[in-house]
Ligand binder design. Sequence first.
Ligand code: PLP
Length: 425
Amino acid sequence: MTDKYRSDFKILDQNLVYLDSAATSLKPKYVLDRMEEISGSYISTLSRGFGQNAENTEYLVNTTREKLASFLGCLGGSNSIIFTPNATSAINLVAYGYVDRVLGTDGSILVTNEEHHSNILPWMRLVAKSFDRSLKIADITKGNYLESVLSLIDDRVKLISLSLVGNVYGRINLEDIKIIIKEAHRRDILVFVDAAQAPLSVKIDIKDLDLDFLVISSHKMFAIGNTGVLYVSDRIINDMLPAIIGGGTVSDLKIDVTSLENSTLKVDINTMDKIVTCFDNYHRFEIGTQPVLDIISIGYAIDYIESIGVDKFHTINQENLAYLIQRLKQLDFVNLIEYPNSKEDRSLSSIISFNIKGIHCHDVGFLLGEKNICLRSGMQCASLLLNSLKVPGCLRASLGIYNTQDDIDSLVEELTNIHILFSKK
Ligand SMILES: Cc1ncc(COP(=O)(O)O)c(C=O)c1O
């Protein structure tokens, strides 16, 4: 166990035990310093101006897109990388811009019951548009991830959407997903990977995975803001419609206002395509003024990650997680929520979910917060999983490279105090 990287995170100079990295990571000094340097000096909006500031901004955003393409191992290079307001927006963009058409009247989408609400609700709404469409939900709670997904694939399935790392179990599903992608593509089924929780646990290699869509969430990997990063395969990107449209996405808009009748423009979805010419690749999806500082910070976040290496993150987190799980298991008043067989497959990331017997998770979360021990309590946007497990909410501790054994000991000590406090009632 190492505290080598702790000093990279200035906020930890305060008395803070931060165990909520799956919600958002702390931001390293390296990223914050770079952002301070550039934000006060030479930034403008994107693609709107001339001069040194505009050129610098363009350069920094392009460089970030290229760094992301290389970080994710993109086929098709940086043209396939789309910045979105967050990961959830990216999933909606794909749902309405592409999957809606592919589904036809009676197609199905396949997910598992561990997906985050953001990887369920957009698909639910899409299937709700037509009576014969359906959402298939694989139950993975018996510890049979691969079989439960494969067994639900049939000719009506048009898209499989899976999280690379689950946000409650924290299991890395990579090896299973590789097999599922092969089977899906053999049957012309699209695959979307929600990698929001993955970049600090898994070396993502889109070339190797041969994916159709993948999303990550920049604020969970040291960037400021909360930009989503969406990869869309170059087989698809220019067939995907911009489900949300506006300034910055079109190269031509052919409306002759002088020829309108009664000042009225009559337009239907087919003529719209004739009137509006969208840019190609990512340009057609990045609407309005872009959050350039947030985007540029992703480039610096990648510099920081690569200076350490994803493997190193994974090793440190696994070591800390093993210690945390071991300590929690010593507490007979704690119920762990673990993916069955996780001990054997050693594929945990940095997350462990649990409850204290007889105490509501919000009470525990609140009391820990009073001691400046931060973790997440509630449904974790994972109602399907928690409902399947008949658990009305839980606590989730999630680690970062800045955590130490002392953090874990503080958590365990405080959980014990809370248990004692409630036992006296
Ligand atoms: C697995 C997973 N998918 C999607 C999301 C949504 O990400 P965002 O908040 O960037 O929309 C989260 C956020 O916690 C998540 O954990």
